[in-house]
Design a protein around this ligand. Structure first.
Ligand code: HEC
Length: 125
């Protein structure tokens, strides 16, 4: 029985650890320096929760995705969102020559981490 409690505690610990890696936490640790509403314009970065700025980014991301695979151009709904978020994760990983550093300086971030922080940044608060 005791071993079950041990496993349960370990499970709980990891659930909390992964919660700590949620989009908002990563944003607060790594991305806010440049993407907060007060700093973003200085860096030329899309500000967190600025829906207009992010919609423009998303449209551009989708256009980029189409150039790699034209068969996705009529994708709708969630499928379209998937292509967009994957494309944004791609740029976040590589960084850009206009000031976005590779992985946004979060070197330990996985693609899923970047996905959740980008979803957080590009959504209304
Ligand atoms: C040193 C400043 C800086 C930091 C730190 C930073 N960014 Fe950026 N980010 C930028 C700038 C500047 C741009 C706009 C670059 C451009 O237009 O090419 C940008 C653009 C982006 C974009 C849009 C890319 C696209 O395809 O249009 C994403 C997504 C992004 N950042 C994610 C993140 C994430 C996630 C983090 C934190 C893990 C982060 N950034 C941290 C400066 C930063």
């Amino acid at each position: 029985m005791r071993i079950l409690y041990l496993f349960f505690s370990i499970f709980l610990f990891f659930s909390f650890a992964s919660y700590a890696n949620s989009g908002k936490n990563i944003f607060d640790s790594y991305c806010t320096v440049c993407h907060s509403s007060s700093m973003a314009s200085m860096f030329g970065a899309p500000a967190a929760h600025d829906i207009t700025a992010w919609n423009e980014r998303k449209e551009n991301a989708f256009s980029r995705a189409i150039t790699f695979d034209n068969s996705i151009k009529d994708s709708l709904g969630e499928k379209r969102e998937d292509y967009i978020i994957n494309e944004l994760v791609k740029t976040a990983n590589s960084g850009t020559d206009k000031g976005m550093p590779p992985k946004g300086t979060c070197n330990d971030c996985t693609d899923d981490d970047l996905k959740s922080v980008i979803k957080y940044m590009s959504s209304a608060e």
